[in-house]
Design a protein around this ligand. Structure first.
Ligand code: 2P0
Length: 330
């Protein structure tokens, strides 16, 4: 099955496109990571994942039908050339929604994710675009269908349809119709995430290629789905009982296990830089001294610190440049 067939089955008859207001989708950070696909056309994962959305940090997107043959893409107030990778990816995604029509759109998208944070914007970007298209074409889709569609733009975008804690059920069907995210009905006031910038440059191997390389070449990868499933259960337990030690230790071990599979790929995939390791060692030393902090990392050199609001002053004393996000408020 290709993605056009899948979308064709899900979409109701689209109405004439209309201009929309801005639609917002939050960025998200996985506590149990998505790493590896069983189908790269449909972005179907090999393992389930669990994330927390970053409240007001994310992407705002509006779309407007325009005359002419080509989309007109604006990112953070700047018009992009149609041959840029970003514009091509957006237009390729919109093609899924205009199967029989040739309707072009002006797409205005803005990220308020701090550039220093090293956070991916593709998750919130494709989620916000999916919400805007649903509005423009009057599709009236439910959140689970929106999540499934956003997944076709970028896997992790399926989690950005929701706020708070979110689980991506990997699904088992070959067509991917059952692979979408669900919100977890639990809040955690006082849970804090700190963004530690190590390097904000563009990484040399993107997640998509990195995952493919790991699945193809890493023997350790065989144990990854088992680890992810075990961690998922622990995270559910931690969220249910508000057990921060369990949440932080599980998220940190999960991230390090994912990085172990990357490092053991061939050619090796090492996203860490010397300052990444220095930050980890600092965190481990502070933890030894009794400060309860943990970290997680994605496919890049930056760290995301997990801690409790009650420790903010002490954490800031050790990491003065930390950008803090409270996913559930304080
Ligand atoms: C995650 N990452 O769960 C993991 C952890 C990176 C490391 O989801 O190919 O940009 O578009 O499905 O969603 C980044 O992968 O990949 C990601 P595609 P995506 O957050």
């Amino acid at each position: 099955m290709d993605k056009f067939e899948l979308v064709n089955r899900v979409l109701p008859q689209p109405q004439a496109a209309e201009a929309t207001d801005e639609h917002f989708a939050p960025s998200n950070i996985a506590l149990c990571k998505y790493w590896g696909k069983r189908d790269s056309e449909l972005n179907l994962p090999i393992n389930p994942s669990l994330s927390v959305s970053l409240a007001h940090l994310g992407t705002r997107t509006r779309v407007e039908p325009i005359e002419g043959p080509a989309d007109d893409v604006w990112l953070n107030g700047l018009q992009l050339r149609a041959d840029t990778l970003f514009a091509k990816r957006l237009s390729g995604f919109i093609d899924l929604f205009r199967q029989t029509s040739h309707q072009a759109f002006r797409i205005e998208t803005r990220n308020n994710i701090p550039t220093a944070a090293g956070l991916a914007s593709s998750a919130s970007g494709f989620a916000a675009l999916t919400l805007a298209l649903n509005d423009s074409l009057k599709l009236g889709l439910e959140s689970s269908a929106l999540s499934m569609l956003a997944r076709l733009g970028s896997g992790s975008a399926c989690r950005s349809i929701y706020e708070g804690f979110v689980e991506w059920h990997m699904g088992h069907r070959d067509d991917g119709a059952d692979s979408h995210a669900h919100p977890i009905d639990r809040r955690w006031e006082g849970l804090a995430i700190g963004l530690i910038k190590v390097d904000e440059g563009v990484k040399s191997v993107d997640s998509r290629s990195g995952m493919a390389r790991t699945v193809e070449s890493c023997h350790l990868y065989q144990s990854w789905p088992l680890q992810a499933n075990t961690d998922l259960m622990k995270l559910h337990q931690a969220i249910e009982s508000q057990d921060f030690t369990l949440l932080g230790s599980t998220a940190e071990q999960n991230a390090l296990s994912m990085h172990a599979t990357m490092i053991a790929s061939w050619p090796p995939l090492v996203y860490w830089q010397p300052d990444s390791l220095a930050a980890m060692q600092k965190i481990w030393a502070l933890r030894q001294q009794g400060l309860e902090i943990y970290f997680t990392m994605d496919a890049g050199p930056n760290l995301k610190l997990l801690f409790q609001q009650q420790d903010s002053t002490e954490v800031l004393a050790h990491f003065p440049d930390l950008e803090i996000v409270m996913p559930f408020g304080s």
